[in-house]
Design a protein around this ligand. Structure first.
Ligand SMILES: [Zn+2]
Length: 300
């Protein structure tokens, strides 16, 4: 069982990333390989949640599945729509000089693009824990009361756009081909399935490199003061590099969520950050003024 726990992420995430890169290097167009891989891995993670759950109580639908599926569909539409927009603008971009290393091996280009997208996600996520207006959008993600593969996408659509924009726009400005940007988004999305997967899997010391579920679950503790770190989406390296890794070992508490009340329905969650009363909650204002950051020096 232990061997299975340690092989799940390398086999499924690592295996699908290698398959994607090898296929594209052999000339297979992204749309032929990317979406089938994403669907296949999603199904595998969903099955593993039933076969080998991290927390059995997180398997139960708490009336949140419908909301999470709606966020999932909305955010897939946003990311695919963004790629379609970039593809439509690509002929215009092609008229300008490119700074992208397009002659380098495709695998290296995908790694660089993933690092760029992931650093953008890290930066906006970290800012979202500091800037109150961004926190109201991001609080939707923290309002989940269990962690499972679907609610890795429980993100306000506006926040999804804000998080993805820096990486995507920078890559496009540099002249990266849209197929490389699409591959990077697929690599991140495949990882996010695992970051939230309610699957008992482990990564050993490599959890300091990849922000897998055992790292990310600490970011979902209920108290706002406790979740000011472990911001990384794919590469936990960012948290170690910038001193924001939470000094936590072992398994995070299963009691996850948010102290403040956020509506449970999809439309209610889309509207909540813009409601006047969400701006004026004195308990939240107090929390933002008295953020007790964890002692980062313990992480080094
Ligand atoms: Zn967060």
């Amino acid at each position: 069982m232990m061997l299975l726990a340690y092989s799940i992420y390398p086999l499924l995430w690592g295996g699908s990333v290698v398959t994607l890169v090898v296929a594209m290097s052999a000339g297979v167009p992204y749309p032929w390989i990317g979406p089938p891989l994403l669907i296949g891995v999603a199904l595998a993670v969903a099955a593993l949640e039933r076969l080998q759950p991290h927390a059995r109580e997180w398997l139960r639908d708490r009336g949140d599945r419908r909301t999470d599926v709606a966020h999932f569909v909305a955010n897939v539409a946003v990311s695919q729509g963004s790629l379609a927009l970039l593809a439509a603008l690509a002929p215009v971009r092609a008229m300008l000089p490119s700074a992208w290393p397009g002659a380098w091996p495709l695998a290296l280009q995908v790694v660089i693009a993933t690092l760029v997208v992931d650093l953008g996600l890290y930066a906006i996520h970290r800012a979202s824990h500091v800037v109150p207006a961004l926190w109201r959008l991001h609080a939707i993600h923290h309002s989940a009361e269990r962690i499972y593969w679907v609610n890795g996408q429980r993100r306000h659509v506006v926040h999804e756009l804000l998080e993805g924009a820096p990486g995507l726009l920078l890559l496009f400005a540099l002249g990266a081909p849209v197929s490389i940007i699409a591959a990077a988004i697929a690599v991140v999305t495949l990882h996010l399935f695992f970051q939230h997967a309610n699957v008992e899997y482990r990564l050993g010391p490599l959890r300091h490199v990849f922000a897998v579920a055992e790292v990310h679950r600490w970011h979902h503790q209920r108290r706002y003061e406790d979740v000011q770190g472990n911001y990384a989406a794919v590469f936990a390296l960012w948290d170690h590099l910038f001193g924001t890794a939470l000094p936590k070992q072992g398994d995070a508490p299963l009691d996850v969520g948010l102290e403040e009340h956020v509506p449970r329905d999809f439309v209610g969650q889309l509207r909540w950050p813009f409601r006047v009363d969400s701006f004026q909650d004195p308990s939240r204002a107090a929390r933002h003024e008295h953020v007790d950051l964890p002692n980062r020096s313990e992480t080094r």
